[in-house]
Write a protein that binds this ligand. Structure first.
Ligand code: GLN
Length: 246
């Protein structure tokens, strides 16, 4: 535990899952945004990392996980299975989580890669993913009911279909999203936000970051007292990202 600076409204422990093997297109930036926005809101961030073979930390308030190559997903698969029950309990209990691309797939039932390997998921999300020979690559804009337009970048061979136990994060206005068929992007279940979007996601989508922070703070301290984040760069990044061609 780090000592709490004077005036802090409290400490929020943010755990990043498998940053060594699951961290592409700057997904680590999601943890940095949470760290900075927590400070702006007056809370003390404590950033933790969990990699294959580590002890799983206690008292985690918020979890983020990034994308990875199929090879990275194969590296973490056994360890993730061993941690599946604890992660599922945390998700069911309402812990806010953001999982991107490769970990989105493995929070689902399974990912069958384009070479036919089946990587089991931990079944928090009622989704399944099938790799194809087509890679879905490019800039994406998603219309969401909760967060307005969500902007990011996708690069995946896996195509994900949602079961009845989850809702999509939103509908693609530009790009492909979950699969080339139904126009959905991402998944929502309890306080888990799952998305294919890298970029990283949170620097351009502060509404998603603040949802995760507010949820973590309310669960821990009862009420969230927001501060005054500086959203100028986020606004500029959003404007720029929205103008980018596919
Ligand atoms: N390896 C997975 C796929 O290609 C996930 C890719 C990613 O995380 N960007 O579908």
């Amino acid at each position: 535990m780090i000592p709490e600076p004077e005036g802090s409204k409290g400490t929020i422990r943010v755990l990043q899952l498998y940053p060594r093997d699951m961290n592409i297109y700057g997904d680590w930036g999601n943890a940095l945004v949470l760290q900075q926005r927590l400070r702006w809101h007056g809370y003390t961030p404590e950033l933790l990392e969990y990699n294959v073979g580590d002890d799983f930390p206690a008292g985690v308030d918020l979890i983020v996980g990034g994308g990875g190559q199929d090879s990275g997903q194969l590296v973490i698969q056994d360890d993730l299975q061993a941690r599946g029950a604890v992660l599922k309990d945390l998700a069911e209990d309402g812990t806010p989580m953001l999982v991107i691309c490769g970990l989105y797939q493995l929070f689902g039932k399974f990912f069958k890669t384009h070479t036919g390997s089946v990587i089991p998921g931990i079944g928090i999300l009622d989704v399944e993913t099938h790799g194809t020979d087509e890679r879905l690559i490019g800039n994406v804009k998603v219309s969401t009911p909760e967060f307005g337009d969500v902007l990011g970048y996708e690069n995946h061979s896996g195509q994900t279909t949602l079961g009845p136990g989850v809702a999509p994060l939103g509908t693609v206005a530009k790009g492909t999203g979950n699969n080339s068929g139904d126009g959905h992007e991402g998944a929502r279940y309890r306080n888990v936000v799952a998305s294919y979007l890298h970029g990283s996601l949170l620097p351009k989508n502060p509404a998603v970051a603040d949802f995760l922070i507010r949820t973590a703070v309310e669960r821990k301290f009862g009420t969230f007292v927001p501060g005054k984040p500086d959203d100028d760069y986020a606004r500029l990044a959003r404007e720029y990202a929205a103008r980018r061609p596919r």
